[in-house]
Design a protein. Structure first.
Lengths: 305, 441
């Protein structure tokens, strides 16, 4: 009889890294489907190229640097999907390759690979593309169901009804417009306990409140642009959010505030990308603020000594 | 609202407890091998030799040192060997092997009678003489726990009936089948310590045990049942105290530092047996489950060999891959099935080859699930980085000494990081270092 000897615990939860990533992929499928429905096959192509090149970039990097190839953990698929869903439907294929390679090789792997990047790879890539090809990144919405639209109205100022906003009957990035699809994904993530509801709730709540204070309609604030997509899928990225819930709360409130401030005072119509990236940088600092209590330490007997 | 603590995990309880509804039955084997290190502290010294005839309850190992406890024969018969065997940790341990003559001839016992009438001063010595140590798995000598240091005061005696580990149902069965004994034991401790409040904490997944204990508490002085939420590690001493009294054990301190003493319900029953019948610890209930043909709750004589126990449960249902004493969150692995169970063995779990496969570590994805799960409020992902780098002093600054090795973080980690095992090593290293420094002074 040969028995395995190992240290406790002898059981592990079902959800491993791959399973969690798969949950995110599943959660993104409704948004992908909605994007293809509204913008046609071109959207599918953009996302396809983005995913394929993200996976290729991860594989090549891990091979070249002689690391263990971990493509099967599906994290590169998630990055590729996310990037593909936050660009306009007519984004050129070469731009997606550049974006994906930048996200994986520079933002993720250069900093040490999964778990060590401090910026959200997909968002950082979007920021790069926005800065490099602003025209391509803020137009090209007039395809598919919107082929006859007279102008490419910026997503925020569309003046659409709540119903249009919810259903995604407005122009915008491939995966960001249909709020119903995003909410379906959100529910899946919550049911499978992949993410906790606090971060999206705090971001949306803060944005709605501040928006209301600044004279916006709170519901339109929440439903317009990429806020919902960012709150559900981007701001909840494990690697780039703070570890302790106290810090996560600060982070989420921060994102909500910055989004609304950029919308109100910035020259960009869409502040979600920058808001989250900024808070990605601030997040680790929040974790350093000693805000939490450890069992058995009273105020008098301060932790640390 | 049901009481609970912050953090914790749910390691799939219901499905893993096929023995919850099975009544305890006795099993007495041909031979028992009784090890001398069943309690924390110095091992006891064998005081019988090969060829001796012993009676049930006869002292076969004498206590050594401050934490020492006597060891008693669990069957009557002939001593066939007194020798050293490698036990759970791999260290050599003295053991006494007795061939059972099935006469069940008992040593003369000295009952003290009703726990409500016995002279309180006699209680703790009787507990020591009966060889009682923590039956929930901790195996700390109970009489030492109950000897309150001068200047400290005990206000609550807490009976731990949480049984939050996976697989194990022995306390559940005990509370259902022998509720009065548990209350008797709790009352004995309360009287010994002159405490007026006794609380029995039970997780809400044991409704039958809760009902039985509530009934047994009726008309008894100062004792009550508190139902707690089912969550691991609800039965951790620190969590139990927090939930039942709202107090916290100070870091590095003992329960008594916040006015509490925690006694497992199995220990309570053993105490009652010692006082009422004068009976030492010669048996205990043990849950045998996993890859065995018919899982069971068995009342086993101390020192029963694992192989015999598995045989009594119909044998292995498939090739075993791993066997451990205790539940899946904190259990100790056995190198083979020839080792005997001891006083604190509350369960024997057999894993199949597939279940036994150890998860491979992958990079941390900073999901913070470990942070959310830690009942102490530590940052396991962070401590792990420094434990891997063998920076023990940094681990210490990050409070690894407050880690109770509950396994919740390692259980939940999607990257399958060996968090708890690393902290175990870190704690050992830091303790060794402290010892060295103390010796150098
Ligand atoms: S093993 Fe230690 S660090 Fe991990 S959850 Fe338990 S107490 Fe916290
Ligand atoms: S649970 Fe595992 S992967 Fe997640 S933060 Fe903790 S150590 Fe990292």
């Amino acid at each position: 009889m040969s028995l395995i000897l190992s240290s406790a615990p002898h059981v592990r939860s079902k959800a491993n890294t791959q399973r969690l990533m798969l949950n995110v992929i599943i959660a993104l499928l409704p948004s992908l489907a909605a994007g293809i429905y509204y913008f046609g096959w071109r959207a599918a192509l953009v996302v396809g190229v983005s995913v394929a090149s993200a996976v290729a970039a991860e594989f090549i990097w891990q091979k070249l640097s002689r690391q263990k190839v971990r493509v099967y953990d599906l994290s590169a698929v998630v990055t590729g999907l996310l990037l593909g869903l936050i660009v306009p439907p007519s984004a050129p294929w070469w731009m997606m390759i550049i974006g994906s390679f930048f996200a994986i090789m520079v933002v993720k792997q250069l900093f040490g690979g999964i778990g060590d990047n401090f910026l959200n790879p997909a968002l950082a890539a979007r920021a790069l593309l926005l800065a490099s090809w602003p025209a391509l990144m803020t137009s090209g919405y007039n395809i598919g169901k919107f082929a006859d639209a007279t102008s490419s109205a910026t997503p925020l100022l569309a003046g659409a009804s709540y119903m249009d906003l919810l259903l995604g009957n407005v122009t915008g990035a491939i995966g960001e417009t249909c709020k119903i699809a995003i909410l379906l994904g959100f529910i899946w993530l919550l049911v499978t306990r992949t993410i906790r509801f606090e971060i999206p709730a705090a971001i949306l709540g803060t944005a709605a409140l501040l928006g209301w204070a600044l004279g916006y309609d709170p519901l339109t604030t929440v439903l317009s642009g990429g806020l919902l997509f960012g709150a559900v899928f981007m701001a909840t990225d494990y690697v780039t959010t703070p570890m302790r819930w106290e810090a996560r709360a600060l982070y989420a409130v921060g994102v909500g505030i910055i989004v609304v401030l950029i919308r109100k005072f910035g020259s960009y119509p869409e502040g979600v990308t920058y808001a989250i990236l900024l808070m990605n940088i601030a997040g680790p600092l929040f974790d350093r603020i000693p805000m939490h209590r450890i069992y058995g330490y009273t105020k008098a007997k301060k932790e640390g000594k | 609202m049901k009481a609970t603590f912050r953090g914790g995990v749910h390691p799939a309880h219901g499905s893993k407890r096929p023995t919850q509804a099975l009544a305890t039955r006795d099993f007495v084997s041909d031979t028992v091998q009784i090890v001398m290190n069943m309690n924390i502290g110095a091992p006891s010294k064998p005081c019988v030799k090969k060829g001796d005839h012993v009676k049930v309850g006869q002292v076969i190992g004498e206590p050594v040192g401050f934490l020492g406890l006597p060891v008693h024969a669990s069957v009557s018969g002939e001593v066939v060997a007194v020798d050293a065997i490698p036990y759970l940790t791999g260290d050599m341990v003295q053991s006494v092997t007795i061939k059972n003559d099935f006469q069940d001839e008992w040593e003369e016992l000295h009952p003290l009678g009703n726990v409500e009438k016995v002279d309180p001063a006699q209680i703790i010595p009787a507990i020591k003489a009966a060889g009682i140590c923590g039956m929930g798995g901790a195996s700390f000598p109970t009489h030492v726990k109950l000897t309150i240091a001068p200047g400290k005061k005990c206000e609550y005696v807490l009976a731990n009936g949480a049984e939050c580990e996976t697989h194990i149902t022995c306390d559940d069965r005990l509370m259902q089948e022998n509720a009065t004994r548990v209350v008797d034991g709790l009352r004995a401790v309360m009287r010994a310590l002159n405490v007026s409040q006794g609380i029995i904490g039970i997780e809400d997944n044991k409704p039958a045990a809760i009902a039985a204990m509530q009934k047994a508490c009726q008309g008894r002085h100062g004792v009550r049942v508190q139902v707690m939420k089912t969550k691991y590690p609800q039965g951790g001493e620190k969590q139990l105290i927090k939930v039942l009294t709202g107090r916290e054990v100070p870091s590095g301190g003992l329960p008594i530092d916040c006015g509490c003493v925690v006694v497992n319900v199995g220990t309570c029953a053993a105490i009652a047996d010692a006082i009422i019948d004068g009976k030492p610890v010669i048996d205990r209930i043990c849950t045998v489950t996993g890859a065995v043909r018919s899982p069971a709750n068995l009342r086993l004589r101390i020192g029963t060999i694992t192989e015999d126990i598995i045989g009594e449960c119909g044998g292995y249902s498939t090739d075993p891959g791993k066997i451990f004493f205790g539940g899946a969150m904190t259990g100790m692995c056995l190198p083979n099935d020839q080792l005997p169970m001891a006083k604190s063995t509350n369960g024997i779990v057999v894993f199949t080859k597939e279940e036994a496969v150890s998860a491979e570590e992958s990079p941390c994805i900073r999901c913070s699930k470990c942070v959310d799960a830690c009942p102490i409020g530590l940052n396991p992902y962070d401590m792990k980085i420094f434990a891997d780098a063998e920076k023990w002093d940094v681990c210490k600054k990050k409070h690894v000494m407050d880690c109770m090795l509950c396994g919740a973080c390692a259980f939940i980690c999607p990257a399958r990081r060996w968090l708890t095992p690393s902290f175990k090593i870190a704690k050992q290293k830091i303790a060794e270092q402290a010892k060295k420094e103390a010796a150098a002074k």
